[in-house]
Design a protein around this ligand. Structure first.
Ligand code: MN
Length: 498
């Protein structure tokens, strides 16, 4: 289901005609070599496409407008090899509507001490030209990413790769459509929000459907399709009967298979890539969608529980941004549940009633059938597992009434000390940065939700850059966070974003 377009990024080198043809030939040759080597590096998730050197206002403007209308172009990478007077860029940049990376690099890594002369200096002066170019961005107040360093350096290449994923998140955001099959859970504040504002700011379309309309799609699924998907579940996951009758157990799992197939067909038919449900509003559905939603998330759909469309859209967005990533560790909807407050072992146990994405699982994944402690349906089948260890990010998008704020917490995922045999849900356990006390205090002061969009495969920088591109506030909670500084930052941001 998660199909990422074959995006490309244009590489545009700036110069001017003051230097003569020989110099311009070198500029073009150097930028061609850089593009070729970047593509060969194996670090970049998308192809870089070389474009002829931009030396006039007309060509700059034309190239940026072509980038706007080229559907597969997700952004432009610019670099001033020589000096390129920045007034030439004003109209082109004003009309450009896609993500832009200012790669502040230089063709040669080392100063050629023995041979350097004025000709060399005039030809290789990005330290000079990139400052002129950067100035006009700041003057125009336009968002861009700046990465400095030698283009052959792996860290620089990794930086370009990360930015490419952010750029795709920016481009794809306006293609996210969220299906609401129930309203927000009554009286819950943080999952509410202004859907019109979300469409204006992020491009998201968020529509409601009566739960029984999707329940009918579930009823329409054929027995043979249900059996085929149930067989797939049984071959993929371990079955934990725990004293239940095998036939009765399988019938519970079949209900989830029907829900998955019915939901997916309904979503596909109506072109939605994210979905929200609500355990208190299930209409004709036999069980709360558990395993069904978990498997849909694994396929790349966004999900939010209790009507939380903001988190559903963010989960979908983050799945797009991490699409096709090598050795990906997973992205999921998540919820803060309960603490371990023992000194030296502090952390937050993460779970949900059922709906945690199996992409984050470490080791074996099992199916359990257990009663729900809330709601009035039959015992739902769900996948249980524990999550991987390592650094990750938890994000919460909140609506402050007149604007949105994205809170990004860097967290360290760990194993709990002991198994939890009586807990019939998938779990993660993490310690937020800088530590549980400051991290949780900062999260609460910033107004962060109990639901998060969580990923091992994105950095705080990538999500913050996405927020910048969307024109919303990003609040980072990480190893540098202090409460005094955070409170000031929130006060100051209130003056900026209004
Ligand atoms: Mn919840």
């Amino acid at each position: 289901m998660l199909k990422t377009k074959k995006y490309e990024f244009w590489f545009c080198t700036g110069s001017q005609d003051l230097y003569g043809d020989e110099c311009l030939a070198h500029v073009a040759e150097h930028s061609r070599i850089i593009v070729e080597k970047l593509n060969q590096s194996g670090e970049l998730p998308f192809e870089v496409v070389w474009k002829p050197t931009l030396i006039t206002n007309e060509l700059i403007r034309k190239t940026f407008n072509e980038a706007n209308t080229t559907e597969n172009c997700a952004g432009v990478i610019t670099w001033m090899h020589t000096f390129s007077p920045a007034k030439s860029w004003i109209l082109g940049l004003q009309e450009f509507r896609k993500p832009l990376l200012h790669l502040h690099t230089q063709f040669n890594q080392e100063i050629p001490y023995d041979t350097i002369d004025m000709d060399f200096m005039n030809e290789n002066q990005s330290a000079h030209g990139d400052r002129e170019y950067g100035h006009i961005f700041s003057r125009l107040g336009k968002e861009r990413k700046v990465i400095m360093g030698y283009w052959g350096d792996v860290q620089v290449q990794k930086g370009i790769a990360s930015w490419m994923r952010t750029a795709v998140g920016v481009i794809e955001s306006s293609h996210i459509r969220v299906m609401r099959v129930a309203d927000n859970m009554r009286n819950v504040a943080v999952t509410e929000g202004d859907k019109v504002a979300a469409q204006i700011q992020f491009g998201w379309e968020i529509d409601a459907y009566p739960v029984n309309e999707i329940a009918q799609a579930v009823s329409a699924v054929s027995q043979s399709d249900i059996h085929a998907l149930t067989d797939e579940y049984y071959s993929k996951y371990e079955i934990l009967l725990e004293g239940r009758d095998a036939g009765e157990f399988r019938r519970h799992v079949e209900v989830q298979a029907a829900i998955e197939l019915g939901f997916e067909r309904f979503l596909e038919e109506k072109n939605y890539q994210a979905i929200v449900t609500h355990f208190g509003d299930l209409g004709g559905l036999g069980q709360l969608p558990g395993l069904a939603i978990q498997h849909l998330m694994e396929k790349g759909y966004g999900f939010g529980a209790e009507g939380d469309w903001k988190t559903a859209a963010m989960v979908r967005l983050m799945k797009i941004m991490t699409g096709g990533k090598k050795d990906a560790k997973g992205t999921s909807f998540m919820e803060d549940y309960t603490y371990n407050l023992v000194p030296g072992k502090e952390g937050i146990l993460q779970a949900h009633m059922l709906e945690v994405c199996p992409t984050i699982a470490d080791g074996k994944i099992s199916i359990k059938v257990q009663p729900l402690s809330m709601g009035d349906r039959e015992d739902p089948a769900r996948l249980v597992f524990t999550a991987k260890q390592g650094p990750a990010i938890a994000t919460s998008l909140i609506d402050l009434g007149n604007r949105f704020r994205l809170i990004i917490n860097t967290v360290n995922c760990k194993k709990v000390e002991k198994p939890m045999p009586k807990l019939p849900v998938a779990t993660a356990f993490w310690t937020p940065e800088p530590n549980l006390k400051t991290g949780a205090e900062a999260w609460i002061i910033a107004g962060g939700a109990h639901h998060t969009a969580f990923s091992y495969d994105l950095s705080a920088e990538q999500m913050g850059d996405w927020a910048d591109a969307m024109g919303i506030e990003a609040v980072y909670i990480d190893r540098d966070t202090t409460i005094r500084q955070l409170k000031n930052e929130l006060r100051w941001n209130q003056a900026v974003y209004r």
